[in-house]
Design a protein. Structure first.
Length: 700
């Protein structure tokens, strides 16, 4: 009776937060063929997931409050890789930065910053929680600034913002600023920014007098040292062979006085970056530190291909052979490793395909046979985002266009520069610990017309710019900007603005360690707005704080007149809100656990091992849930033991079939007493003497 009540209570909690959940509809779109002759990293198809979920009934923004940091007329905050426009410090303070066009003609553009702390909400001074006012504080002090990223010095909770600007004389460059007011006021005031005494210098291309014009920066930070990577825009070709320039800067904090920041001379890391794709992240613990940069470059294995696309145009960026590269530093950015390739090398769109996509079946009208529909594909990375987990392992997510030529296309060289392809998109995830690439999500829409030519660079496909964050339990959260979301709902494709463009939604998927696959995609914003004109709800340019505490921290723009490009296609141009959305972490995990990690009967992949999943929640009060994966049928025992190894409660002892089995423990011993607070262990054993255990914490 007690167990039945607990199961009902757990489901009631999830339903009360999110509304009633629907059964998940899964379609088998897993690759059916792999070319054995092609070198490639391992792909864990057990973690691959193809969603076709019904319409989610959740309220807008999952029913959680949103907070407006400011506004802007500028739609396009970034080109391709986003980096981070939001950072959270160890005290729970939230720092955001964005590009603010102050007028609808985009003639006056600045970088803004705002600081939020939920403890300030409702106070006489800061009733909205925003410390820098209703539209933030200006960061830059030159002309026409934008394309910013932000990091935070955890030692003093002080933000650093990087961006590009230009002087009245026309010099375009990467620049930076930090909140010097915090130091000047002994930590009692914020929102006053100081630019470097020695700023990032222009990088002159070797053998020329040409400035590489590095103007799209990304930033990572360890204490008072900042690491900046920026992409060139010189006339060598903005979408072909961009240079990657690296800067290291140092802040000299002077409490109660004017503090300074200075940068070392720039260093070229790469001369063959494709597009504006670089990202950077840092990790620090008591054993040391590590910084990693990742970017996309042309695949050198096929560079001498007779059909290699050499056109210096937009489509070279999209369709040419590419690979994701990673470089690391373990000496605070002083030196960097040689690049490692984490995606499959030596594959080009017209040659041998690395895998194929199973699209279903059709009936041959002549023979009556059922024929599988197999389409050859090549997945082409287009943007990326990186984060470290709690053990210091690097994770990368990226969007990839799934390209597939029409029949005969692969036999003509001019096809390598053609846009006459079928395209779909997938979001991939790579773990340094396992070396495995797995699929987070497929875009449900296969587009036979191909990747459209009219889209801006960050609209190269329809599942855009994924962002990753990992909590201390190594739960992985991936968010992205999704167009055509109603296809997943099973509803009509009518979430279209008055100018004919789709309204974007923010989606996420969650991977819980030891689970067999990613959760179903979750519609986070759910702002269904068909036929809107000048008051739409299109959530774009989503960025995610790398740090997770009790909340997942999102920052994005609500486009009131959707369209692809720097600004709107209808007049008047919309002044769009920049929105901060904190989502309670346990609420998302609850939803993922209730719909994304079903029992074996719900369609989960066959477990690959005898595994005991982490319990949730942990620590817990009164009850906790966990799963147990059975690879080989047999007799199993699951119990709870204390620190001395004494059995406290025997949860299960019976024969189990292959699959996932979910259990609960309510904190009772076998004699019916509620056990005291403390550390216990879940233990699972088979009849051959194998066992596995996990530490759990009960708090009354």
């Amino acid at each position: 009776m007690r167990l039945t009540f607990l199961i009902f209570a757990v489901l009631l909690v999830c339903v009360s937060i999110f509304g009633q959940t629907d059964d998940v509809f899964i379609r088998d779109l897993q690759p059916k063929y792999h070319n054995p002759f092609l070198p490639r990293p391992p792909v864990d198809t057990g973690h691959s997931f193809t969603p076709m979920a019904p319409m989610t009934p959740y309220p807008e923004y999952l029913g959680f409050p949103t907070y407006i940091a400011g506004d802007t007329y500028y739609d396009l905050q970034h080109n391709s890789t986003m980096g981070r426009m939001i950072a959270v410090d160890h005290e729970g303070g939230v720092h955001v930065a964005w590009m603010d066009a102050l007028d609808p003609f985009l003639t006056n553009r600045v970088v803004k910053y705002n600081y939020f702390h939920r403890d300030s909400i409702g106070s006489p001074t800061y009733p909205t929680g925003w410390i820098c006012g209703g539209d933030g504080a200006r960061v830059d002090n030159r002309d026409y600034a934008g394309y910013c990223n932000i990091s935070v010095n955890d030692e003093h909770t002080v933000p650093t913002v990087v961006y590009h600007d230009h002087a009245s004389g026309g010099e375009n460059k990467t620049n930076a600023a930090f909140d010097g007011m915090y130091y000047t006021s002994f930590g009692t005031a914020r929102c006053g920014f100081t630019t470097p005494a020695i700023g990032p210098e222009p990088y002159i291309i070797p053998g020329t007098t040409l400035d590489a014009v590095a103007i799209w920066p990304k930033i990572a930070q360890i204490d008072t040292t900042v690491f900046v990577v920026s992409t060139s825009s010189a006339t060598e070709g903005i979408y072909n062979r961009n240079r990657l320039i690296y800067y290291r800067g140092f802040i000299d904090p002077e409490w109660g006085a004017y503090s300074e920041m200075a940068f070392e001379p720039p260093v070229e890391i790469e001369d063959d970056q494709i597009g504006i794709t670089v990202d950077i992240t840092a990790y620090k613990d008591i054993s040391g530190n590590e910084i990693a940069m990742g970017y996309i470059r042309h695949d050198t294995v096929v560079a001498n291909d007779t059909c290699y696309c050499t056109e210096e145009d937009y489509y070279t960026h999209i369709l040419d052979a590419a690979a994701i590269m990673v470089r690391k530093s373990t000496d605070m950015g002083e030196t960097w490793s040689e690049p490692d390739t984490i995606t499959e090398p030596g594959v080009h769109t017209y040659s041998s395909y690395p895998e194929s996509l199973y699209l279903g079946t059709y009936i041959d009208t002549l023979t009556g046979d059922t024929i599988d529909i197999i389409r050859p594909i090549y997945s082409r990375p287009i943007d990326l985002n990186m984060a470290y987990d709690s053990d210091g392992y690097l994770h990368i997510v990226w969007g990839a266009l799934i390209l597939s030529p029409y029949e005969g296309w692969e036999n003509i060289c001019e096809g390598t520069c053609s846009t006459g392809v079928y395209c779909q998109e997938v979001v991939y995830h790579w773990s340094e610990e396992t070396g495995v690439i797995d699929k987070v999500v497929f875009d449900p829409i296969w587009r036979p017309i191909g990747c459209p030519a009219y889209v801006a660079i960050s609209r190269m496909s329809f599942t855009n710019e994924p962002q990753i964050a990992i909590d201390n339990d190594d739960n992985i959260f991936v968010f992205w900007e999704q167009y055509g979301a109603e296809y997943w709902w099973g509803g009509p494709s009518d979430d279209i603005a008055g100018d004919g463009f789709e309204n974007a939604e923010i989606y996420c998927a969650i991977f819980i360690p030891d689970s067999a696959r990613w959760s179903d995609p979750l519609n986070v914003t759910n702002t269904y707005c068909p036929g809107c004109c000048v008051n739409c709800h299109s959530e774009i340019e989503v960025t995610l704080a790398e740090r997770i505490d009790d909340y997942i921290h999102l920052f994005f723009e609500v486009d009131r007149v959707p369209g692809y490009g720097l600004f709107d296609t209808l007049w008047p141009l919309s002044n769009n809100n920049m929105v901060y959305l904190p989502i309670p972490k346990d609420s998302l995990l609850c939803l993922a656990y209730s719909t994304g990690v079903p029992e074996s009967e719900g369609g989960i992949s066959t477990p690959k091992a005898f595994r005991l999943g982490r319990n949730w929640p942990n620590p817990f009060n009164a009850a906790t849930a966990f799963w147990f994966d059975v690879h080989t049928p047999g007799h199993y025992t699951i119990d709870v033991i204390d620190m001395t190894g004494r059995t406290v409660s025997k949860i299960a002892e019976h024969d189990l079939n292959t699959g996932r089995h979910i259990y609960f423990w309510e904190g009772y011993s076998d004699n019916g007493w509620f056990v005291p607070s403390g550390v216990y262990f879940l233990r699972a054993r088979d009849d051959k003497g194998n066992s596995v255990s996990r530490k759990i914490t009960l708090i009354k």
